[in-house]
Design a protein around this ligand. Structure first.
Ligand SMILES: Cc1cc2nc3c(=O)[nH]c(=O)nc-3n(C[C@H](O)[C@H](O)[C@H](O)COP(=O)(O)OP(=O)(O)OC[C@H]3O[C@@H](n4cnc5c(N)ncnc54)[C@H](O)[C@@H]3O)c2cc1C
Ligand code: FES
Length: 284
């Protein structure tokens, strides 16, 4: 019965699977990480760095959240979430053993294969480090395939810095450079102060042979693109991850439209020259 088969295929990406909370971890004042395990009969779908799931807090709402875990360890799902409203607040309240609906993975991914043979420049702002972390895991797992690897990460204050221990481990490596900066800090902060773009002019990479992956608030991404261009990078060398309101996540409802594209299926990761004319347009 072809119709029945088609119906099942059509329905499946819209039907949440019940995942169980295995662990919760408070990362900062407003950000936490959930480790989720699939039902006994199911396996977690493999995902590519930059992709996202739709997470459904039952009775409250369903929202897009990027994977923040290691794509080579798909046994459980890792999501790092900033509490901003009703759905993310309900997710913060989840305890070990509670259930959460999961649909996905959806969307495009960071160009970790395209970047092979080149310097990789990663620029993250705030929670933007979470969707980039799987790309870093992937690049560092195949470190010899890449040139220089540079991570520039900015947050509002030192208290907002995500994944501190991991940043320290990465900073200790001799084969990558890690720059962390904050917008403002108390006198006790020994690190750099200033927005993340202040690092770009002095970062060590070859702009002619580099690829940039950028994720953060839209204003931060706009300034970052300008500064990467000043260093000599072309728009086709810059990839960004965009955010728009989402409902279906599979290209049916049009909620996430960005010019002629749908962020849910053509994005969220775009090569910047492909969406530049539409990136300025805010959703209604
Ligand atoms: C592809 C994609 C991937 C995403 N990945 C992540 C992720 O990994 N981690 C994560 O924490 N978030 C991520 N987001 C953002 C996340 O989907 C929203 O924060 C979430 O939908 C908010 O839902 P809510 O019901 O809690 O808040 P709402 O009630 O929808 O919003 C509450 C308030 O917060 C504001 N708000 C909503 N979204 C944001 C935002 N992104 N930043 C700042 N203010 C906001 C609203 O304007 C409103 O004022 C992603 C979004 C997209 C499109
Ligand atoms: S969320 Fe429905 S088309 Fe993208």
């Amino acid at each position: 019965m072809p119709e029945a088969t088609a119906a099942v295929e059509f329905a499946s990406p819209m039907t949440p699977v019940f995942y169980r909370v295995l662990r919760t971890r408070q990362e900062t004042r407003d950000t936490f990480t959930l480790q989720l395990e699939p039902p006994e009969s199911a396996q977690t779908s493999p995902f590519a760095p930059g992709q996202f799931n739709m997470l459904y807090a039952f009775g409250v709402g369903e929202v897009p959240i990027s994977m923040s875990g290691d794509p080579s360890r798909p046994k459980s799902l890792i999501h790092t979430i900033r509490e901003v409203g009703a759905a993310t607040r309900a997710m913060r309240a989840l305890k070990r053993g509670d259930l959460l609906g999961v649909r996905g993975p959806f969307g495009s991914s960071w160009p970790v294969e395209v970047a092979a043979g080149r310097d990789v420049v990663i620029v993250a702002g705030g929670i933007g480090l979470a969707p980039l972390r799987p790309a870093l895991y992937s690049i560092l797992a195949h470190r010899q395939k890449y040139g220089r690897v540079v991570l520039m990460y900015g947050t509002r204050t030192p208290e907002d810095i995500l994944f501190r221990k991991e940043l320290e481990r990465w900073r200790a490596r001799l084969d990558m450079s890690v720059h962390v900066t904050v917008d403002r800090a108390m006198a006790s902060w020994r690190g750099s102060v200033g927005v993340v773009t202040t690092i770009i002019p002095r970062a060590q990479f070859d702009p002619q042979n580099a690829l940039a992956m950028v994720c953060g608030p839209e204003a931060m991404m706009r300034f970052t693109i300008v500064d990467l261009q000043k260093r000599g990078m072309g728009l086709e060398q810059i990839y960004i991850s965009t955010e728009r309101n989402m409902k279906c996540a599979v290209g049916f409802c049009g909620h996430c439209q960005l010019g002629p594209t749908f962020v849910c299926k053509d994005g969220p990761v775009f090569r910047y020259d492909k969406i530049q004319p539409f990136f300025e347009i805010r959703e209604i």
